[in-house]
Design a protein around this ligand. Structure first.
Ligand code: ADP
Ligand code: MG
Length: 717
């Protein structure tokens, strides 16, 4: 059997090999694993002195500073708990601007001087770390000579234990800062933005007559899309291994046109994998709720129940890590890249977002009829205003090299930011605008045409899958995040701009109330004005269509198709002013992010381009030439005539790509120019090489082809 076919058979022959996890009796309390590896409030209550526990809870509930004199007691309890679970080491776990998580492990043990070792962990070690970590990108905030970076304990995100077959590790979520106090990570600005929004929302609630709320939390729940492929194919593809996506590969005869994968029954190996991922995540307190097959072959989705944004963002990072680690136990590789396969749907992350008070109110939950609910309309109008005012910034917050393959292509979602509200809610706003109070649709029911099925309550608005920012009943869904992206930065942006617009509307409300208008009249007037000024951002049609691109342009909405166009909005005047006002990011911190993200874009494309050139030269070209020699030996001129010119074309395109990759041919004056060069010159050179190589894939003898094909990677499960 040819080499590749043999691999397919092996790949398809997976079995759980007796390593099954089994199904324990879940009615027995000891078999419940949720939160087993989390230093949760419940564990804290059991293990901490009462006053320490209470102080910690206040920090969690009200965002108050923790008295650091209590840290020794917390450290002591945390260490004992962790060691009981087999932890020998601890780490300050943080999120540098690389977009992934970072850890540096320290042992609990220190020599006691008499030839033995003692386990120690002090409050100081809990609160502060100095990992040096000078190699993380800082966008110029830290020169290496001032390389000191600190990590600081975030008591609002619980510590957890990561298990390994050979031991366990206590992870302490921390913030990462320079010695001058500038944020070098994604957590600090997220926490600052949550404070900003809380302040603004509590002030607004006071005017709206809700006086008992003292804190507002933003909440997120991220739906994560991903691919799973057999690991044999992965390790046979240098492009997947190095860049996370396939740089070559002809379109397979079958894609997802039959829609036979979406929501299909989940294959046994995949479900076994999902169950183990969910078990691991349950131990870590990540509340996974939903799983299903996605649209593309071998594509899946997982989603948790929402949590406060900080914990939710940490949990999202843990989720991605556990998904990737667990896959290997099943002979699989989990691909989180935004576009692992050309011509096949890519992967995103839907960021469900809302605001809730410490008293349990969801500020984006409409009342019985939406028109009645002033509070809901007020906050909803603030979100609409924020998204319209900062469209470009929101787009920039999700920009990356991987994302450029999805946004702006004919695939979810478009690069143009718009809001979908649903028919009913749109009617309410329109009624307010025109002054006609139009009763919202009476609660109707959807009959299913047979009495054996119960009537279903009909939602006021249908869903719109193409919208990048959609209202979905009691939350907004920012659908444009990349699958591999940390949700922290987009949520930082969202929280900050909404805080500003809540404040803007609150100021107006205050003024209107001074003029002795009733609350209802005043809110209606404020909402009406915000709606009229911002309704251009509302769109309920097909976001993928060419017509929408034209219409959006007419409306003056921004369409930033690529990362180099989007990122400069991070350092626009309006952005800098808002982020300064709300103390979320200083100008220097914003500039550092712009620089780091731009460099990441350049480097990612550079790595892809060099990988593509190397595969083309050392794998594809030799395979094609060998095949040509076989044809020559056969003397079949027609066949030679089909292949030979393609090889020449490939060589021509390859030399051009290698040329584009040469450092001396690239601009080095500014990161922005470099990024534009990568986009305009390098990417197109890469695409030209791929185009010929993919044609050769369909000509060259299958047993000669050096790379696993789409039809194999995407369909063998
Ligand atoms: P769909 O695929 O229809 O969008 P899912 O059930 O897959 O729905 O995902 C909905 C997500 O929205 C879940 O992660 C859920 O926890 C989250 N969510 C629900 N309410 C809120 C809220 N108030 N704030 C943030 N996220 C929420
Ligand atoms: Mg969704």
């Amino acid at each position: 059997m040819p080499r590749i076919r043999q691999h397919n058979v092996t790949a398809a022959r997976w079995s759980s090999n007796g390593a099954a996890l089994g199904s324990p009796d879940l009615t027995i309390a000891d078999n419940q694993v949720f939160g087993a590896n989390v230093f949760s409030p419940a564990v804290q209550r059991r293990r901490l002195p009462k006053h320490v526990y209470k102080a910690l809870q206040r920090t969690l509930a009200k965002g108050e500073a923790l008295d650091t004199s209590l840290a020794d007691a917390v450290a002591q309890a945390m260490k004992e708990w962790a060691m009981e679970k087999g932890a020998t080491h601890y780490t300050h776990w943080f999120q540098p601007l690389t977009g992934s998580t970072a850890e540096k492990h320290d042992s609990f043990y220190a020599p006691a001087g008499d030839g033995t070792a003692l386990a120690e962990f002090s409050g100081k070690e809990l609160i502060q770390g100095e990992p040096d970590a000078s190699s993380f990108p800082t966008g110029g905030i830290r020169a290496t000579f001032e390389a000191r970076g600190y990590t600081a304990w975030d008591p609002t995100s619980p510590a957890f234990i990561l298990e390994n077959p050979n031991g366990a590790l206590l992870c302490i979520p921390t913030a990462f800062t320079s010695w001058t106090g500038e944020a070098l990570d994604h957590k600090i600005p997220l926490l600052r933005s949550m404070d900003a929004l809380s302040g603004a929302a509590v002030r607004a609630l006071g005017l709206l007559g809700v006086e008992d709320a003292s804190r507002v939390f933003t909440t997120i729940g991220c739906e994560q899309e991903y691919f799973l492929i057999d690991e044999q194919y992965y390790f046979e593809r240098p492009d997947l291994l190095t860049t996370g996506r396939t740089l070559f590969g002809a379109k397979p005869p079958k894609g997802h046109e039959l829609d036979d994968h979406y929501f299909g029954s989940i294959p046994e190996r995949i479900l076994a994998y999902m169950l183990e991922v969910e078990l691991e995540l349950a131990k870590l307190g990540v509340p996974i709720k939903t799983r299903h097959n996605e649209v593309a072959p071998n594509q899946y989705e997982v989603a948790p129940i929402f949590e406060n944004s900080n914990v939710g963002a940490d949990h999202q990072m843990i989720t991605m890590q556990i998904m990737q680690n667990t896959a290997r136990r099943y002979g699989l590789v989990c691909l989180l890249h935004e576009k692992p396969f050309a011509g096949v749907n890519g992967s995103g992350k839907h960021n469900n977002w809302s605001m809730g008070t410490d008293t349990g109110l969801n500020l984006l939950e409409p009342g019985d009829t939406p028109a009645e609910n002033l509070q809901f309309l007020f906050f909803c109008a603030a979100v609409i205003q924020a998204v319209n005012k900062y469209q470009a910034l929101l787009r920039a917050s999700i920009a990356s090299a991987g994302q450029d393959h999805r946004l702006g292509a004919n695939e979810a979602p478009p690069a143009i930011i718009s809001i979908f509200l649903g028919a009913e809610l749109e009617k309410v706003f329109t009624a307010i605008e025109t002054g006609k109070v139009q009763p919202s649709k009476p609660g109707s029911f959807l009959g299913l045409g047979t009495p054996v099925l119960p009537p279903l309550p009909l939602h006021g608005g249908d869903r719109n899958r193409t919208s990048p920012f959609a209202f979905t009943g009691n939350k907004f869904e920012f659908r444009a995040l990349g699958s591999s992206q940390s949700p922290a930065f987009p949520n930082t942006v969202l929280n900050t701009i909404v805080a500003e617009c809540v404040d803007e509307l609150t100021d107006k409300l205050k003024a209107a109330l001074k003029g002795s208008a009733t609350l209802e009249k005043a809110v209606t007037a404020v909402v009406k004005e915000a709606w009229s000024a911002n309704k251009q951002i509302i769109f309920d049609g097909d976001g993928y269509s060419e017509a929408w691109h034209k219409e959006a342009e007419k409306r003056g909405l921004v369409n930033l198709r690529t990362t180099p166009e989007a990122l400069p909005w991070l350092i626009e005047k309006q952005t800098i002013a808002a982020f300064k006002k709300y103390k979320v990011l200083s100008k220097r911190e914003l500039e550092s992010r712009y620089e780091v993200f731009t460099e990441q874009y350049v480097m990612n494309i550079n790595i892809e381009a060099e990988t593509a050139a190397s595969i083309a030269r050392t794998m594809v070209l030799p395979a094609a030439v060998r095949y040509l020699n076989e044809l020559r030996a056969s003397g079949l001129e027609d066949l030679i005539g089909e292949v030979e010119p393609r090889i020449k074309e490939l060589h021509y395109a390859l030399v051009k790509l290698e040329d584009a990759n040469l450092h001396e041919n690239q601009p080095d004056s500014s990161a922005q120019k470099w990024a534009v060069y990568m986009r305009d010159t390098v990417i197109s050179a890469m695409e030209d090489v791929r185009e010929v190589a993919d044609r050769l894939e369909k000509l060259v003898a299958d047993d000669r082809w050096p790379l696993p094909k789409y039809s194999e990677m995407l369909f063998i499960k």
